[in-house]
Ligand binder design. Structure first.
Ligand code: DQA
Length: 149
């Protein structure tokens, strides 16, 4: 079974309490549980982690035991050349996810260092962004284009 690694970046452990007008009241545990259910339906193995540390994200990207990465790099999206370079180095398909629409917020959030090394970016659908990413992951792993029916 193809394996999807999910990485949630800094401050996403606070989902449900953090800026709820932007990120909603759902928790990270709820997102992980919904992703696990959907992954089961799609025939994908899934493993999820959260860390506030940039280096731990780089270490996780370098691990060899997954086929596709779904990542919400959170604030590191806008700052981290190290995460961008790790993704480029491992050359595995990566889907960038954001709960909020990063293009509709402050100017500094529009820039993503990850976008140019990702297959694509899903942004603005709340927890649904992760579910859309899993469906795209399934298509990529089955050898289809992510935008095909
Ligand atoms: C975020 C958007 C980022 O700009 C922000 O720093 C986050 C969360 C999102 O999921 O909407 O922490 O990645």
């Amino acid at each position: 079974m193809p394996k999807v690694q999910v990485i949630h970046g800094p401050n996403l452990n606070l989902l449900g309490k953090r800026e709820t007008s932007v990120y909603g009241t759902g928790t990270l545990a709820e997102i992980d549980s919904a992703m696990k259910d959907l992954a089961g339906q799609l025939g994908l193995e899934i493993s999820a982690m959260q860390t506030n540390s940039e280096g731990e994200i780089v270490d996780a990207i370098q691990r060899p035991d997954y086929d596709l990465l779904i990542i919400n790099p959170a604030a590191y999206t806008h700052t981290s050349v190290a995460i961008r370079d790790a993704i480029a180095a491992v050359a595995k398909p990566v889907i960038e996810v954001h709960l909020s629409n990063i293009h509709k917020r402050e100017e500094f959030r529009r820039r993503s260092f990850v976008a140019e090394v990702a297959v694509g970016q899903i942004s603005g659908f709340g927890p649904g962004s992760y579910m859309l990413a899993l469906r795209a992951a399934k298509k990529i792993l089955m050898g289809g284009a992510p935008h095909s029916k």
